[in-house]
Write a protein of this length. Structure first.
Length: 251
């Protein structure tokens, strides 16, 4: 289903972030859920005319794993110092990652979409922050970005490279609850074929632009193709979000 957002005129003197379409990843599309998503999108105040679609996410508890998908069987290491890496990829993480991959494919393949915003279904915008107030990144930066995190859990904010008051090049972080992909960036993620050795996308994303802490993951993705930036502040309520991989527990 595709809807078009309505909103009040942009009052900011800055050029607002260009978003061609919003993709909300959701399972169990009840009418109540659809209505709740629409209400939250309206509250975030996107540019007038911004369309959105609610993608049917993969419910790994009820849906069969699609043909061609292989869960990474070397993820669990019971002796590892990191307790989150001692467990195998969890059922919910399989569904989450396959849902995000569906979003990447949608942006990469849809005509007229050069930038897409991906939101997990239980997103919530920060009170007082409106997307229309998010400025366009500087076009004179000596790189072209592919991926923009709109909120994340940072391991050490001192590792971020600040670009201006709004944006930085992010260091190690978790959480992909809300982010923007360019069409080129979406295709780059698709081309990594995460589905062939599938693990949680929160861990995967940093392997696409920086050295991963796990040697086996780094060996899977030694070539970094993604140019990543992030907002210095959270634009969606992610820091306490239950889907954050640092809250990874057994199903």
């Amino acid at each position: 289903m595709v809807k078009v957002m309505g909103s009040s005129p942009v009052e900011s003197t800055l050029r607002s972030m260009k978003i061609d379409k919003i993709y909300v990843l959701a399972i169990n599309h009840t009418q109540d859920k659809i209505n709740a998503i629409a209400k939250k999108l309206e509250a975030a105040e996107f540019e007038p005319g911004t369309s959105y679609t609610i993608i049917t996410g993969h419910n790994a508890y009820t849906d069969k794993i699609p043909e061609g998908v292989t869960v990474y069987d070397k993820w669990a290491d019971p002796a590892h110092w990191n307790k989150f890496w001692q467990m195998p990829v969890q059922t919910g993480e399989v569904g989450c990652t396959l849902s995000h991959i569906a979003g990447w494919n949608a942006i990469a393949s849809e005509e007229g979409v050069e930038r897409g915003l991906i939101l997990e279904e239980d997103f919530s915008s920060i009170a007082g922050k409106k997307i229309k107030d998010l400025p366009e990144p500087n076009e004179n930066w000596p790189f072209v970005w592919d991926y923009m995190s709109l909120g994340r859990w940072s391991f050490n904010e001192k590792d971020d490279i600040k670009l201006n008051d709004t944006y930085c090049i992010p260091g190690l972080h978790y959480n992909m609850h809300a982010y923007i992909l360019t069409k080129v960036g979406a295709q780059k993620l698709v081309d990594y074929h995460l589905e062939k050795n599938l693990f949680i996308n929160d861990e995967f994303i940093t392997a696409t632009y920086m050295k991963h802490r796990r040697e086996d993951v780094e060996a899977l993705y030694p070539i970094k193709t993604i140019s990543a930036i992030a907002t210095n502040e959270d634009w969606f309520n992610q820091l306490d979000h239950k889907s954050m991989v640092s809250a990874h527990t057994r199903d």
